[in-house]
Design a protein around this ligand. Sequence first.
Ligand SMILES: NC(=O)c1ccc[n+]([C@@H]2O[C@H](COP(=O)([O-])OP(=O)(O)OC[C@H]3O[C@@H](n4cnc5c(N)ncnc54)[C@H](O)[C@@H]3O)[C@@H](O)[C@H]2O)c1
Length: 351
Amino acid sequence: MSLSSKTQIALFGAGGIGRTHIDRITRSSNLNLAGIADPSDAAKAMAQSLNVPWFANHMDLLDSIQPQGAIVATPNSLHITQAVDCLERGVAALVEKPVADTVAEAQQLVDVQARTGVPVLVGHHRRHNPINRRARKIVQDGTLGRMVSANVMATFFKPDTYFDAAWRRSKGGGPILINLIHEIDMLRFLCGEITTVQALGSNAVRGFEVEDTAAAVLRFANGALGTVVLSDTATAPWCWDFCAAEQDQYPRQNVQSHFIAGTHGSLSLPDLQLWSYRGERSWYAEMTQEKTFVHKDDPYTMQLQHFAAVIAGAEAPLCSALDGLRTLQATLAVSEAASTGNTVQLPGAAA
Ligand SMILES: NC(=O)c1ccc[n+]([C@@H]2O[C@H](COP(=O)([O-])OP(=O)(O)OC[C@H]3O[C@@H](n4cnc5c(N)ncnc54)[C@H](O)[C@@H]3O)[C@@H](O)[C@H]2O)c1
C-alpha cells in the first residue's frame, strides 16, 4: 500500500498510551503516523527516531499537515479543547478516556460533533476486544434469560512510584476516574444503561486526597443490579487488566474478573464460561458448564482499524461522544455517591 493511500493519523500526546498507539500504527499496513504534537523532549526525540513531523502544539500540527484523524492522548483536561479543534477543521478524533473531566465539557463535544458531522470515537478500547463483542452478543441474544446481576472485581496494586506525579494523588487522578471508568463503560456495553448509583470510597491505606479503594452498587435500566469493587492498593489478581492480558506490561493471571447472571444462565469473563441448567432450573440440579472460544485480537489494534473505518465512513463509532459522556456521567456519579453518601440518579440514562 502506498504512503498516500494509507489513513493519515496524527497523535497528540506521546506519553504512556500514546506510545501504545504509535506501536500499533507503525505495525499496521494501512495506517501512517502523520505527525506527533507533544511539547516534551521525549516526544520530540521519538518523532525524530520515527522520522515523522514533530510539533510542540497541536494547532501547528493541524495547520501544517492536515491529517485525516487525530488521536487525543493528552492529560484529561486537554481532551475537549484539542478534540474540538480537530472537529472544527474536519479532522476525526479518537479521544482517550475519560472523554472529559466534566459532563458539561463532554456535552460540548457531543454538540460540536452533531454540528460538524465529523466523527468522534472515544477510546474505551475494551469494547473492541473480541471477548466483549462475543459476551455482548450472548447477553443480547437472550442466552442468559433476563439479566439479574453483574459483579466486577478490579483489584490490583500500583507501586509507590506511580504516585510520583502529583496529579495522580489529587482529586480526579484516582482509580475511580482512571480505572473504574473502564469497568463502567464495559458494564454499559454489556448490560445497558446505568440508572442509579450508590458507593463508598476509602483512602485509608494510601492517605492521599484521592480514594485508593471504592465499592459501588448499580441499578441498570433493565432492572438488574451490579456491584464493582475497586482497589489500587490490594495484592490481588482479580482484574481485567491481568486476566484479559490486553497489555504486555501486566503478568497474566488465570482468573476471572466479571460475572454476569441471568434467569437462565450466567457468564464469567474473560474466560467466556457459560453456566446453565439443561433441565429443570433448581439449585438442587447439576449445572452445565460450556466454554465459548473467540479468536484473540489486540483491542488497541482493533480500535485503530475501527477508527480508520469510521474516518472512511464505513462504520459508525462503536463508542460515540455520547457514550463517552454517559460513561463519564456514571463514573462521576460513583465519585459523588462515595463522597456524599447520597444515592445518585442518572438523568441522561435511557429508561
Ligand atoms: N485507553 C487506555 O487504555 C488508556 C491507558 C492509559 C491512559 N489513557 C488515557 O490517555 C491519556 C494520557 O494518559 P497517559 O498515561 O499516556 O499520560 P502521560 O502523562 O504518560 O502522557 C501524556 C502526554 O501528553 C503530553 N502533553 C501534555 N500537554 C500537551 C499538549 N498541550 N499537547 C500535546 N501533548 C501534551 C505530555 O508531554 C505527555 O507526553 C489520559 O486521558 C488517560 O486517561 C488511556
